[in-house]
Design a protein around this ligand. Structure first.
Ligand SMILES: [Zn+2]
Length: 105
């Protein structure tokens, strides 16, 4: 899944108007380097790994999606695949305009 999400959790995670997440099978996520730190959100059953140097959230796992790793879309190297879905649209900011197709809630 390659989607933007308008939930409060994604807004807070990114400090922005929405989050952009691209999910891969765990074994597809390779080439991790540098010092990482993990922040565990027990209420969301989520673990987020971030760069220990700059604090950027890099990737995460969620218990409800076993075997998959989410990567922050902005952390990928060009060419960035455009998001194909927009989810949790009830949280979309009124001033935000995108060309991404609504994909749920
Ligand atoms: Zn979200």
């Amino acid at each position: 899944m390659n989607a933007i999400c308008h939930c409060d959790n994604c807004k807070r995670r990114t400090g922005s108007a929405f989050g952009w997440s691209i999910y891969f099978a765990d074994e597809q996520v390779v080439g991790r380097s540098g010092e990482l730190r993990c922040y565990e959100i027990l209420a969301r059953e989520q673990r987020r790994w971030f760069c220990a140097t700059c604090g950027t959230t890099l990737f995460w796992t969620i218990d409800s999606q076993p075997g998959r790793t989410g990567i922050a879309g902005g952390c990928l190297v060009d060419p960035l695949p455009p998001p194909t879905r927009s989810v949790v649209n009830h949280g979309r900011l009124a001033w935000l305009c995108t060309n991404v197709q609504d994909g749920g809630a």
